[in-house]
Design a binder for this molecule. Structure first.
Ligand SMILES: NC(=O)c1ccc[n+]([C@@H]2O[C@H](COP(=O)([O-])OP(=O)(O)OC[C@H]3O[C@@H](n4cnc5c(N)ncnc54)[C@H](O)[C@@H]3O)[C@@H](O)[C@H]2O)c1
Length: 251
């Protein structure tokens, strides 16, 4: 029950990694504002979690994010933790990217985290502390085929998070980053399905054959380290990028 009495604002929590974080955070005693562009998905996740609320928001929309964080703060009376995970993934040769699509990746991944910082940190400062985790990717660290705009957005997000970590450390606010490898979620399953010619299990095995652990990860294998980083157990850890990739980047 290490999050007892704590409140988490989590973006992208209608699915995948942030849904798993919301579920684990609730099991560990906390309450969650489940924020997602997909309002139906947010409602469904929140309905299954004790004390949770759902918020429909586009993380790249400043007015929307100000409203969503404000609504969560009014509802719970506090926000102790933030998890910025909303994201999209598309791959293409660089010459096939329209500038608008490139900008959308930056706006969601980098802008979404920026708006989390901008609207959560004043609340945490007033409360005397807090903890935020952002989601980068191994794509921020190594090159991946046709993944330039995504990797660039994640690399920038990594450095933004480190910069903010340094700025807010004196206010007892910690900011850490998780860099997942390949985790089976709504984002990655289409790639695995394609790889397995429609057979998801076979595609996941083929996809992971060069990873150290020889398998893709499951969302709770990211939720566990994230909930550690959000907890007081990580009280001396800030500005840290935790790579959780089953050895994908070791070779
Ligand atoms: N799954 C992986 O292998 C993996 C690896 C590295 C990094 N990541 C990152 O983890 C994060 C979560 O990904 P996931 O795998 O859980 O994917 P997912 O598709 O399962 O979940 C992403 C969620 O973000 C929401 N979202 C998308 N655009 C949004 C917007 N503009 N505003 C609000 N919500 C929005 C979607 O509706 C969805 O519910 C992403 O930032 C992704 O880049 C995932």
């Amino acid at each position: 029950m290490r999050h007892k009495g704590k409140v988490l604002f989590a973006t992208g929590a209608g699915s995948g990694l942030a849904r798993a974080v919301a579920q684990r955070f609730t099991r560990e005693g906390g309450r969650v504002a489940v924020a997602d562009f997909n309002g139906d998905a947010a409602n469904k996740v929140a309905a299954e979690l004790a004390g949770a609320i759902a918020l429909q928001v586009d993380v790249s929309d400043e007015a929307g994010m100000a409203r969503a964080v404000g609504a969560a703060h009014r509802h719970f009376g506090r926000i102790d933790c933030g998890f910025s995970a909303a994201g999209i993934a598309e791959t293409d040769p660089i010459e096939d990217w329209a500038l608008e699509r490139f900008n959308r990746h930056i706006a969601i991944h980098l802008g979404g985290a920026f708006l989390c910082f901008k609207y959560l940190i004043p609340i945490m400062k007033a409360q005397g502390g807090g903890a935020i985790v952002t989601v980068a990717s191994v794509a921020a660290l190594v090159a991946q085929k046709h993944n330039g705009p995504y990797g660039a957005a994640k690399a920038a997000l990594l450095q933004l998070s480190r910069q903010v970590a340094a700025d807010v450390a004196p206010f007892n606010i910690r900011v850490n980053i998780v860099a997942p490898g390949s985790i089976q979620t709504g984002m990655t399953e289409p790639y695995m399905l394609k790889r397995g010619n429609g057979d998801l299990a076979r595609g996941a095995v083929l996809h992971a054959q060069h990873f150290g652990v020889q398998r893709v990860g499951q969302p709770d294998e990211i939720a566990a380290p994230v909930c550690h980083l959000l907890s007081d157990e990580a009280s001396y850890t800030t500005g840290h990028c935790m790579v959780v990739d089953g050895g994908l980047t070791l070779a």
